[in-house]
Design a protein around this ligand. Sequence first.
Ligand SMILES: Cc1ncc(COP(=O)(O)O)c(C=O)c1O
Length: 396
Amino acid sequence: MIDLQRVRADTPGVAFVAHLNNAGSSLPPRQVHDAVVDHLQREAEIGGYEAARERRDRWEHTYDALARLLNAGRDEIAVIENATRAWDMAFYAFPFAPGDRILTGRAEYASNWIALKQVTDRTGARIDVVPDDEHGQIDVAALASMLDDDVKLVSLVHVPTQSGLVNPAAEVGRVTREAGVPLLLDACQSAGQLPLDVDELGCDILSGTGRKFLRGPRGTGFLYVRRGLIEKLEPPLLDMRAADWQPDGTYTIRSDARRFENWETYYAGKIGLGVAVDYALEIGIDSIRARIVELAEKLRAALREIDGVTLLDRGAVLAATVTFTVDGVSPDEVQQRLEQRGVNVSTMDASSAQLDYGPRGIAEAVRSSVHYYNDDSDLDRLVEGVKEITWTRSPA
Ligand SMILES: Cc1ncc(COP(=O)(O)O)c(C=O)c1O
């Protein structure tokens, strides 16, 4: 059980807004905020390099915290400025050739797809999209039947940006592991809301971000690469953090996952990310998941009752994100009118989710997303706001 009073007392933002845009960026706990501000203060006092040296144990701890979160080794972790770059640094390291195939699912994220397309256009490799099953999640049996010697990578989004779906990542991992094909798991939306054990998930690479369900600072992300794969992947970009310049003009690339990092980094954010992970682990990811599922179900049930509201989420398992449309009112207008009432949600359009929204004829949607620190009054404010919007919409 989560001590709601305590976590809300730790979250100054709840006094200002009903924040239901956690899939965008969560309200951080004050512990995270304080750690970031404290490091920035120290940088101002003694200098940036000096502060990083003095507090080395604090930013080094972030690798241990992430390793614990993922059940990984600290040498398998890189801290990178966001989930997209983390994903890119691993993906662009694969040497694809004509005839190679990359499998992805309908939940694929826009930036990942753009990278897949750029690389396949350049190399003559091909993207094949695995269909969804009848629940709207990736069809694991279809995926298994599509695997052959030409498949060099499977890219899977665990929880998409545009819906509450939770893809069956561990089942996919079992299939890819059996086939000996690397699985690149985008855990950007799942990190901090679902348990992530890289062994149970069977993934070889995992990317995540700090600011969403982990409640870390913006501008922070991370990458996990399985030990045996690290030295097989030459990062697409190298600098003097990733490699050492040798007297003979050559360079040697470091052997741990920090080969995917770059030299200059946001130390305050890195420390804050570690504090955020510690905070989540202390609450317990299983408790977080249970509370999120409870709140999201409550919200779905309440929205379902409102005439003119259509819920869009599909999947055998659903998590924090609740997407919907309101007949006759654009998602942008819904978002703005909720904002006027102190309720934060966001909007999604098909350009963020072509493989999902496109075939379903969804042009855009309102995206609300709960976190464990939300309470019933936050949900009520959203539901009341949506009701009011439906009463005042113009007749069709
Ligand atoms: C599923 C998914 N993958 C990747 C990303 C990109 O994360 P970042 O903005 O940290 O690069 C997002 C962001 O919304 C996302 O939802």
